[in-house]
Design a protein around this ligand. Sequence first.
Ligand SMILES: Nc1ncnc2c1ncn2[C@@H]1O[C@H](COP(=O)(O)OP(=O)(O)OP(=O)(O)O)[C@@H](O)[C@H]1O
Ligand SMILES: [Mg+2]
Length: 271
Amino acid sequence: MLALGIDVGSLTAEAVLINQAKEVLAGCILPTGANSRRAGEGDLAAALAQSGKQRGDIGFVVATGYGRISLDFAGKQVTEITCHARGIHHLRPEVRTLIDIGGQDSKAIRVSSRGRVLDFIMNDKCAAGTGRFLEVMAGALEMELDQLAAGGSRAKASVPISSMCTVFAESEVVSLLAADHPRENIIRGIHEAIALRTAGMLRRIGLEEPLAMSGGVAKNSGVVRALEEQLGCSIFVPEEPQIVGALGAALIALDHLQVFGGEGEAGALGD
Ligand SMILES: Nc1ncnc2c1ncn2[C@@H]1O[C@H](COP(=O)(O)OP(=O)(O)OP(=O)(O)O)[C@@H](O)[C@H]1O
Ligand SMILES: [Mg+2]
């Protein structure tokens, strides 16, 4: 029997399918769009197609992310904080602090030596410090997200972005471009603005190393570097940081299967 984890976030929905040996048979990332339920079903179909498995092979499904309540085929819903902690613990058990920055919110999580959540803080009231901020800035600079990620690496200096609000920061970037500041210096300033907010959250929760980062923004090497410089420590970024929450959900689904079995249960998918 296989275990499936699905993380329906505000921007992207991920699925991870694992077997009893905790080997990953499929890992999929799709846009969430306007309908969380449809996104989750799309993920399920993609995971089956990628692994060549059938619905009936899946013994239990755990859903996480802000859209988790919409997935009626899941046997259990678990918060993304618990799932990210579990996922990172599986990949790197030594990690004691995790930062997850997604499209809509950012979280700092203290993780125990057993992969449990000891404490967390979350910023979900404002786009500043999240992936949304980076998307708005990429729009102002007329760049793709991956160009923005790499764009600050040659900067000779950084132009600080002083506005705390995403909407004002966007106008500020437009003015800085008009004033002929080098683009790479502006990009460096954008990465440092995210790093500054994140470092503030880490100070509040108490940073214990090793530190890791998950979520889509961990793919932005400029943000990771700026944060490493501000904190003076290195950050472990998994090979695919965006699926850490779905991986944690899959591992929790596997726990459930190992304790209760999957036959004929809610959360077990029929053919
Ligand atoms: N290739 C990439 N390069 C740089 N940044 C990226 C890349 N792919 C995604 N991102 C960033 O990741 C963000 C989305 O992250 P993620 O998929 O973890 O969000 P989410 O889980 O849907 O949101 P939330 O957890 O807040 O509900 C985007 O806003 C973008 O800033
Ligand atoms: Mg997320």
